[in-house]
Write a protein that binds this ligand. Structure first.
Ligand SMILES: NC(=O)c1ccc[n+]([C@@H]2O[C@H](COP(=O)([O-])OP(=O)(O)OC[C@H]3O[C@@H](n4cnc5c(N)ncnc54)[C@H](OP(=O)(O)O)[C@@H]3O)[C@@H](O)[C@H]2O)c1
Length: 329
């Protein structure tokens, strides 16, 4: 593939939203020793991608301009680095592109072998391209941060999942129901039936007073909250938590960090835990296997060809996606 060109979208500086993304022809990347080169069939956008463009990860990301955004990709391996053992050309895969190098919004991308999972050919790439960031975050929140056992063997827990119609939330509802949980979820009125169909036991419209107060319709106190929406002061969570209730905040604000510190300092039994995704290929494989077994699915908000990826980018920035926004090559 050396010296061949591919189509990609990149931005040259901070800001600009969807119109900051420019169509370009750039060299197809070459895989390093421990990387695979994937010809992409699908990719997905996460709020993280456009938050980087908005300078919210400065000075860490992006490393340099121009930058090809997006980390979540699915496709077929076309070349492997000399040290790669698990994959070969022709394998169908899903992967997490390093956010430091970037590269998912393109026809080809390189991914570390350790951040790649096999995908059965019969599962469409679009079903898997949403899994890396959103699926892994939901999995990490449930299993690591809260300690839910997805084989259903743990103690029964009452869980609240906010923004359950979003990328992370819709995976979190499905995964939580594999464990021994009662799930209360929040979403907009138009998505209540969808979120129930994903397994939520009770669903609150976030625009109603009870929804805004996060009050369980059946009066349950939450042992844990996976907080995928933004905002909400600690005073909203506190009365709804059980004695040792834990709020896992995936978009912690500065006041949430203060609450985290204060709760620690005062030895509060209730906790707020900020979560940062640590992506792992073996967990990605676990999620792909659940999709294969029919236990997890990706709700697709909309699909955009790479030639019109700006519209999908704008839709994500708008903040009202139901499930995942997918780009197809
Ligand atoms: N810490 C980490 O490592 C990590 C990893 C992944 C994501 N995140 C962050 O987590 C957040 C969620 O990500 P995502 O991919 O799930 O976002 P998303 O897919 O863009 O979420 C959109 C959904 O959220 C719903 N929503 C918005 N505000 C709500 C509210 N107050 N109550 C209930 N539902 C609400 C929207 O419903 P309506 O359309 O009805 O308004 C929409 O369906 C983002 O801020 C993202 O950056 C962090």
């Amino acid at each position: 593939m050396a010296n061949k060109l591919m189509h990609a979208l990149q931005y040259n500086g901070y800001g600009g939203g969807s119109s900051g993304l420019k169509h370009v022809e750039v060299p197809i990347p070459s895989p390093s020793k421990d990387e695979v080169l994937i010809k992409l069939e699908a990719a997905s956008v996460n709020p993280f991608d456009w938050k980087v463009q908005k300078r919210l990860a400065w000075p860490l990301l992006p490393r340099k301009f121009p930058h090809i955004p997006c980390t979540d990709v699915a496709g077929e391996v076309v070349e492997v680095g000399v040290g790669v053992k698990k994959f070969k050309a022709g394998d169908k895969v899903v992967g997490f592109v390093s956010p430091f190098s970037g590269g998912g919004l393109a026809e080809f991308a390189v991914v570390k072998e350790s951040q790649t999972a096999s995908r059965p050919a019969e599962i469409p790439a679009s079903q898997c391209a949403g899994l890396p960031v959103a699926g892994l975050t939901a999995l990490q929140a449930l299993t690591q941060a809260i300690g839910i056992k997805l084989d259903g063997s743990g103690d029964r827990k009452n869980i609240l999942i906010t923004a359950a119609s979003g990328g992370v939330g819709h995976y979190a509802v499905q995964l939580a129901k594999l464990g021994n949980t009662h799930v209360t979820a929040t979403c907009g009125a138009r998505n209540i039936e969808l979120v129930k169909s994903l397994g939520a036991d009770e669903v609150l419209d976030y625009k109603t007073p009870d929804g805004a107060a996060l009050k369980s319709p059946s009066g349950k106190k939450y042992d844990a909250v996976i907080h995928c929406a933004e905002g909400f002061p600690w005073s909203t969570f506190d009365p709804n938590l059980s004695a040792k209730g834990k709020v896992v905040d995936i978009t912690p604000s500065s006041s949430a960090i203060m609450t985290f510190a204060l709760n620690k300092l005062t030895f509060s039994k209730k906790q707020l835990v900020p979560l940062l995704l640590i992506p792992k290929g073996k967990n990605l494989q676990f999620l792909v296997d659940l999709v294969k077994e029919g236990k997890l699915k990706t709700v697709i908000d909309s699909k955009y060809p790479l030639s019109n990826a700006q519209d999908g980018w704008a839709k994500s920035i708008d903040g009202h996606a139901t499930g995942k926004i997918i780009f197809e090559s």
